[in-house]
Design a binder for this molecule. Structure first.
Ligand SMILES: CN(C)C(=N)NCCC[C@H](N)C(=O)O
Length: 282
């Protein structure tokens, strides 16, 4: 972890609205990323207990949490972040890469339409929602390389009217952008450089000269799959160096144990889709 020389900015939390999906049907029955081992499976009861603690953490921080009904036969549906991208009250739907998850896209789009987000774009291009689109005040950062197509970056930009900056992922362990980077607030990010192509690393250095640079050790426990409200950072408890660095930056880490969900390759952010109403961003 590189020490920060810049004075810590004053961190201000804002109240968020999250969508989550209880992992009632969670299991590891197929392998679509290097974290998944169907022979080992997973324990849905343990996953539900860990997920409940995550939901409690958000409620304890004063955030609103809405729930989508889990669908039998869709064990990865708990990873709500992949279900779409909601910015300015508009919902850009997901279109999953792997057939095993394809039915999740319409399920989430249906939820958006029925729950106050009628302006939904059914995507023409493959994209896995907030797994590969991370929203800051001025730009949306977008990952490609493993799941989300480059053409989806354009599609999201046109639909949402916000600049989308493409970042290329190169390490299969970090197959979604939100495994390798998270917004600390509306203007700055934390990331693991090894997950990105040289050109994308240069882009990140230009855009975020004061970024928090995370180690491979923290990235390898999905420490960067974290959720910040501007002050409080809900983060995998095993990411010790990252947690210490957040404290030094004046942030409040909120460690959680999602080790059961990590068996499918997910962490706190994967379980959390932010619903940004119109006028929530500058
Ligand atoms: C953004 N991230 C990392 C996630 N939302 N990950 C969860 C997806 C896990 C699922 N088994 C898959 O491979 O699609």
């Amino acid at each position: 972890m590189e020490p920060s020389t810049a004075p810590a900015p004053v961190a201000v939390p804002t109240r968020r609205h999250y969508l989550m999906c209880r992992p009632e049907h969670f299991d590891v029955t197929y392998a679509i990323n290097p974290w998944m081992d169907p022979a080992a499976g997973a324990d849905a009861r343990r996953a539900v207990a860990q997920w409940e603690a995550l939901r409690e953490a958000y409620l304890g921080l004063g955030h609103e949490v809405s729930l989508i009904e889990p669908v039998p036969g869709l064990p990865d549906m708990v990873f709500a972040a992949n279900g779409g991208l909601v910015v300015g009250g508009r919902a850009y739907g997901a279109r999953f890469t792997h057939p095993e998850r394809r039915a999740e896209g319409p399920a989430y789009m249906d939820w958006f339409r029925r729950n106050g987000f009628p302006d939904v774009l059914e995507p023409a291009h493959t994209n896995e929602g907030e797994g590969d689109f991370l929203t800051l005040d001025r730009v949306i950062l977008a990952g490609t390389g493993f799941r989300t197509d480059l053409a989806a970056h354009q599609e999201a930009q046109e639909f949402l009217g916000r600049p989308v900056v493409t970042l290329r992922l190169v390490d299969p362990r970090f197959y979604h952008l939100d495994t390798a980077l998270f917004p600390l607030d509306g203007e700055n990010v934390a990331y693991y450089p090894g997950a990105f192509s040289p050109g994308s690393r240069a882009v990140l250095e230009r855009l975020f000269p004061d970024a928090l640079i995370a180690s491979e050790r923290d990235a390898a426990v999905l420490g960067l799959n974290a959720v910040s409200d501007g002050l409080n950072v809900v983060v995998n408890a095993e990411a010790g160096d990252l947690i210490a660095a957040l404290r030094r930056l004046g942030r409040t880490p909120v460690p959680v144990d999602l080790s059961e969900l990590r068996k499918a390759g997910g962490g706190p952010k994967c379980c959390t889709l932010e619903l940004r109403p119109a006028a929530a961003l500058p």
